[in-house]
Ligand binder design. Sequence first.
Ligand code: DAH
Length: 355
Amino acid sequence: MENFNQVESDIISKIEKVTNRNSLDSIKTDIFGKKGIITELFKKISTLNQSQKKEYASKLNSLKIKVTNVLEKKIADFEQAEINKKLKNEKIDVTLPGRTHFSGKIHPVSQVIDEVTSIFSEIGFSVEEGPDIETEYFNFSALNTPENHPARDMHDTFYLDQSKDLLLRTHTSPVQIRTMLKDKPPFKIIAPGRTYRCDSDQTHSPMFHQLEGLHIDKNINMGHLKGCLYYFVKKFFEVEKVKMRFRPSHFPFTEPSAEVDIGYKIENGKIKVGEGDKWLEVLGCGMVHPNVLKNAKVNPKQYQGYAFGVGLDRLAMLKYGINDLRAFFESDIRWLEFYGFDPLDVPTNYRGLSR
Ligand code: DAH
């Protein structure tokens, strides 16, 4: 009979000597392949007589199990070593300083949206969004806009179908209605987003950005509106004091309505916001019309509040001294290099808005 102990120690010492995965594979073939040592031993079984067969087969089986275990252990050792090597090479030192130069920049409009969001969130406003494609109802009717109002005109509004049911929203005000319909008062939200009108020149683009504000609660009055906007303008322009004036105006969705101008002057060829005797219109606002509240299933006898709408592109131009609005949307990488912001300088109230 075969000396199984000898065979076993020969094979195992061969396996133990292997130093890499490839040689291990070829040794595996030497043992278990078609002409492998153990395969050959199995072939012998048929040549043995009945009395030898049983003992031989049982010894051979336990040899096979032992060798298989040793092989598997060796394979696992190689795999573990491979993983350890990778971990060592791909180690990240989290204490290293961050990279200081990025090839990407944040667009001034995105920057301004981050800034206004930060400013309003500090006084309890949350952010809402609405779709760019609106229905005529949310964009006009629910906002108390009469059937014959000039804003509905084909010249101003991009309608998407003949029936004029669908359109590209002309302002962010429909988000007021959507917000109120899906929840219960009080409401204190802002809604930044894209808006569209048939208009294009140095200061108008067919697609532009607005920020809507809505604050509905019990006993809200125009004093709250003024306080809120004063706080906002001061924070946004990062100045201590701002000259502001509220001019009576008309919007179908507010009563009374006002337009807000801020004072400015030109100093050394640069615009200085907040002082001076020139006026610049920056936003529209007012006390939400009772019809709007009714359309949004809010009881105007119990709740009232204010709303405002700000042109964000305008704010970005003013704050960052950009004088052609069209450049905002031309995707010129050199322009963005110059006017864009560092992606890691996220504006917050405590770190500062812009630097
Ligand atoms: N939706 C108006 C516009 O696009 C702006 C506006 C004015 C919004 C008064 C308001 C508001 O919420 O109260 O011109």
